[in-house]
Design a protein around this ligand. Sequence first.
Ligand SMILES: [Zn+2]
Length: 271
Amino acid sequence: MYNSISNLDAIVKTISGTGTLPAETLHKITFCSFAKAGLSLHGATNKQETEIEKLIQTIPAPHRGLANGKLYLNALSFVRSFNQFLKKADESVILKEANIHHILDFLKERIGKVGAIVVLDCGSIPEIVTMAGKFTALNRNAAIFDKAFINPVGATAFLTGQMVSFGREAFLRQYAQLLKETLNAKFYIKSSTIDLVAHEHGVTIENFLTSLNIQKIFNQINHFAKQNSVLITSDHGYDLVGDEHGLYITHGYKEECPLNFSKIALFLVID
Ligand SMILES: [Zn+2]
């Protein structure tokens, strides 16, 4: 997986090069590139491909080419190697990347100290990459770590269930608190927005994207990032699934699907 994460750096570089586009637009370009890549590799129906193409048509013309060209190709490399990684992960008994004790040791060694912690429930690869692109465009240093938290079931409970072994209650804010203590941070935020939107509006990808208000999420993080370094992460991402009615967003999907991102939570540091 760790080679594949370097493909994300190329994506961040490309989207940050688009300058000061609104977060919504950056997010849509990024989301569409991943979705198109996932559909190509999964063997999508014509109807599903048309659904993405329609969405790409709503991207402002000067940037539309990215979702069909450069970003799409970057996303294709990433999704291809990520899918291979997931297959291998299924075969191994238990991954150390699925163990919060191991993850905290890694973060402590790699980051040491950070100003603020942001835990986005259901924050997936397109959102983390969009944040990294936005902050890079603002001349901040944005680093996505080559190690990630692996959530084999793609659900919050897999992470929060591990809080008991730290003598804590099984809530996601306890994880945010634990990260804050481990990395000597001053603040933490736990946001449920992405998860709520995925459950309420994930039935169509268009509704999902318009309901997300990624600019607001970015502004919340930027408020802290102005004076602090920030670690942004999640408990799980989301999956892009297709059926006869069309494409939709969920998490913890059990079968193979175009994007099975609910099994990974990236770590992004802004400093
Ligand atoms: Zn959920």
